[in-house]
Design a binder for this molecule. Structure first.
Ligand code: H79
Length: 417
């Protein structure tokens, strides 16, 4: 681990982020124009000169930063991570380091990152940037372990420092000096990056913005970055990571805008994933793929708003909570906690109408109710202890029907010690 610090959940450096629990990932770039996802240039081996022509027609007139930020807010998300540059090498911000950017190369001519930074500041949402630091199919000298542009460029002629010093670092400097405080930098696919270059980029970022967090994908060397990025769509197991962690997840099965993939998660599925992740102590970063016109597809927006309505009824059980203290996964849902409270997130399709039974709650419980119930009507319960077996059992009488949609949170108030 070297000089890298190990952050715990309570660490002040990462506290804003671990408290946030839920963020919006946005994959938006030139690739949206082809509506085949963000890997289209690589998959179709589109020559750089051809791909550049997309910029000439890229004019997302309907882009409205305030509307995107409002959607994130409505969804109950506290931070936004947007692709400032994905693997195609196209900067979605005004870059002096490379004219292949949205301000200089398109008729649109606006800087969406600037507009988002302002909208986020006004709304109290933390803005964060995704930056593809190793893969860049546009630059002749970017060099990745496997996914290179080999149709335009000869691998043998690549001289990585020209990309690293000439584009990656200058653009990161632009992102860290022109848009106000950046909550975190989300790096991806570090395959082939040396340990020295990984350390170089971490030091470079921290030198410009010491409070900017960095995800673990900055490097393939274990332990780097301020928190662990799980694999794409991977949730993991309880207690698996010593450090704070985050699951990046798609709403359909793609990241960038596509018309080919129409398998969408329902609001119910998202809520269940969210409580699964936060019950294990992680964050969920949920992706949307805006259109070339600059809008977030309405189906995604509708589902996110429905998730947000559920979160608003249950916010006490989400923001600033810790994961479950119980080692085993609960078959009916998840648990989050905060001092003096235990929240049991029960999946409605597993509603135990004949009573909720919890093992291992040692403290004395004073009050139990459904969080979504505006009257917070108390539920009857009984605590028993078999001292010989050290078995603590809590049995709660539940209403016949769940009190909320999809997942019902049962709040346990603990008596003062
Ligand atoms: O930004 C999103 C992805 O584009 C990115 N990570 C998330 C957050 C990512 N980069 N690399 N990968 C994911 C893994 C690469 C998978 C591949 Fe493929 C399998 C590349 C080629 C075969 C997926 C399937 C992409 C093209 C076809």
């Amino acid at each position: 681990m070297g000089e890298q610090e190990v952050h715990k959940r309570s660490d002040p450096a990462t506290a804003w982020w671990t408290d946030a629990r839920f963020g919006m990932f946005i994959h938006w770039g030139l690739y949206a124009a082809l509506a085949k996802g963000e890997w289209v240039m690589y998959a179709d081996k589109i020559p750089v000169r051809e791909y550049e022509k997309l910029a000439g027609d890229f004019n997302p007139q309907q882009f409205d930063a305030a509307a995107w930020v409002q959607l994130a807010k409505d969804a109950g998300m506290k931070y936004i991570v947007i692709t400032a540059k994905h693997h195609d090498g196209f900067a979605m911000f005004h870059s002096k380091a490379d004219p292949f950017n949205i301000v200089d190369a398109t008729p649109f001519g606006r800087d969406p990152m600037k507009e988002l930074a302002e909208a986020c500041r006004e709304a109290g949402i933390v803005l964060c940037f995704y930056y593809s630091h190793v893969i860049d199919w546009h630059h002749p000298h970017s060099l990745h372990k496997e996914h290179n542009n080999t149709w335009d460029y000869n691998l043998a002629e690549k001289h990585f420092p020209e990309y690293w010093e000439g584009k990656a670092k200058p653009q990161l400097k632009e992102l860290l000096t022109s848009y106000g405080p950046v909550g975190l930098l989300w790096f991806d696919t570090a395959g082939g990056l040396s340990e020295a270059d990984s350390r170089d980029i971490v030091a470079f970022v921290k030198g410009l913005q010491p409070d900017c967090l960095i995800n673990s994908r900055v490097s393939h060397f274990i332990g780097m970055g301020d928190y662990v990025s799980k694999g794409d769509n991977e949730i993991g197991m309880s207690g698996e990571d010593q450090r704070p962690w985050e699951t990046p997840m798609t709403l359909n099965q793609s990241w960038g805008y596509t018309t080919r993939d129409q398998v969408w998660k329902t609001a119910e599925a998202v809520i269940k994933k969210l409580v699964n992740v936060i019950g294990k102590g992680g964050n969920l970063l949920l992706n949307v793929g805006p259109t070339p016109e600059g809008t977030i597809p309405e189906l995604s927006a509708e589902r996110l708003r429905e998730v947000g309505e559920w979160i608003r009824r249950n916010s006490d059980a989400i923001y600033g909570t810790e994961g479950s203290p119980f080692p085993a996964e609960l078959e009916f849902g998840a648990v989050t906690t905060r001092p003096g409270r235990v929240y049991v997130h029960v999946h409605n399709d597993k509603w135990p109408a004949d009573g909720l039974v919890m093992y291992g709650i040692r403290g004395e419980v004073s009050r139990i109710y459904c969080l979504a119930d505006p009257k917070k009507k108390e539920l009857a319960f009984r605590q028993t202890v078999d001292e010989a077996l050290d078995l603590h059992v809590l049995k709660v009488e539940l209403p016949a029907e769940p009190a909320d949609e999809h997942v019902t949170v049962i709040a346990l108030e603990m008596a003062e010690e």
